[in-house]
Design a binder for this molecule. Structure first.
Ligand code: MLT
Length: 405
């Protein structure tokens, strides 16, 4: 008889955003006339930029002509896209990243889940708490996290690095020695970020202890303040200790188009084994590449027109962030984030747990957010709202929340 991967049975419940989706669907079914405003999952709402649409149309036409048709994409992704990324995201920020260190994929969620495969099961992971659930859940599936304590909602073999109001939502360097450190800045879910010197301390720590940092920079386009690094490779020594994950979902609205990339510098080695070779082997074996038309759309993100249009799109969402931040402050909530990130992190009122507040908001205001506890034990007592709604819906949601008193 075949055996299953029993690690899957250790996972508590369903994936956070599936649980929320089911709860909202059940409420909507019972209240079909209620207009629900969704500020829960970080999904964009604005249409693709005209420069992206034009590139998509052109690429579709190419695919319809035998002279310009494209089959399987090259393993690492098309060079036109990897070059555009290397120049715009890295060289222009003073980072030394070459096109052949960039692996194009269909998004940062898959990469952040899959990257752990190239590491031994014996590695100890450290995560921020609260944290994007994919990092932890995929390590659970791999059997790297030990046993689950359902009271504490913690795994025995995971190092949790609390990110709370007290430490400005930036974790302290861990005393226990992790092998793999997941960092995400600007942060999901707290919307906080890190200074360049703060991130440099992590890079130094990783190089000193022989740890690897998996740095998720999916939200870098939302950075508005100076001295906030857009890439970990802005830090000295990051080439020997860090992998960076990037996405086109949040900066260019590709959540339904799917495109991202992972950077594995050639200098990042375990002994004399470059991690680049392992990820290249994995990528080549398990993945057949993001579609040609999507990679052309990605290239358009870096065109002059694309850059201008997407800057406006980011500004649109950040205007929402400001409305949420200011509106909630006026209503007496304690809030943070929303300045360098599209997420606003608020303290739940009184002694309400984050899931109680989720129900309260859904039932009383018809607004969906994400309970902090869904991101880890230190998320309890907090709640996340996203700035990715439409402008009109964001204003209405905040008005409804204000009326709750
Ligand atoms: C979120 O809401 O945290 C994000 O949408 C998750 C993701 O990008 O996969």
């Amino acid at each position: 008889m075949f055996k299953i991967n029993e690690n899957y049975l250790k996972l508590p419940g369903s994936y956070l955003f599936s649980t929320i989706g089911k709860k909202v669907a059940a409420y909507q079914e019972k209240n079909p006339d209620r207009k629900i405003i969704r500020l829960g999952i970080g999904d964009v709402t604005q249409p693709l930029a005209p420069a992206v649409i034009e590139a998509l149309h052109n690429a579709v036409d190419e695919m319809g002509d035998s002279a310009t048709f494209h089959g399987y994409a090259p393993d690492l992704g098309y060079e036109f896209l990897r070059k555009a990324i290397a120049v715009n995201d890295y060289a222009q920020r003073g980072c030394d990243i070459q096109p052949d260190e960039i692996f194009v994929s269909d998004g940062a969620k898959c990469d952040s889940g899959n990257i752990q495969e190239i590491f031994s099961i014996d590695n100890k992971i450290a995560v921020c708490d609260p944290v994007y659930p994919v990092y932890v859940d995929t390590n659970v599936m791999a059997g790297r996290t030990g046993t689950y304590d359902s009271v504490k909602e913690m795994w025995s073999d995971v190092i949790y690095m609390p990110c709370t109001q007290e430490n400005g939502f930036v974790p302290e360097l861990p005393e226990a020695a992790p092998d793999i450190i997941y960092l995400c800045f600007p942060n999901n879910p707290t919307g906080s970020t890190i200074t360049k010197s703060g991130l440099q301390a992590w890079v130094d720590y990783a190089n000193r202890t022989g740890a690897v940092i998996i740095y998720d920079a999916a939200y870098e386009a939302y950075i508005s303040e100076k001295d906030v690094p857009h890439s970990i490779y802005e830090c000295e020594g990051a080439r020997t200790c860090a992998i960076e994950l990037r996405s086109f979902s949040k900066n260019a609205g590709f959540t339904g188009v799917r495109l991202g990339f992972t950077v594995v510098p050639r200098d990042l080695k375990a002994g004399d084994v470059p991690l680049h070779d392992l990820w290249a082997r994995r990528h080549g074996t398990k993945y057949n590449g993001a579609p040609y038309i999507v990679q052309r759309a990605g290239e358009a993100v870096y065109s002059d027109a694309g850059k201008t249009q997407l800057k406006e799109q980011v500004a649109y969402y950040m205007k929402n962030a400001k409305i949420i931040l200011e509106g909630l402050k006026k209503a007496g909530y304690s809030v943070s984030g929303g300045v360098n990130a599209p997420y606003i992190w608020l303290k739940t009122p009184g002694s309400m747990t984050s899931w109680e507040f989720f129900d309260h908001l859904l039932f009383k205001a018809g607004v969906v957010g994400t309970p902090g506890a869904g991101f880890g034990p230190s998320g309890e007592g907090y709640f996340r709202l996203t700035a990715f709604g439409s402008h009109e819906n964001t204003i209405e949601a905040i008005e409804r929340i204000k009326k709750l008193g």
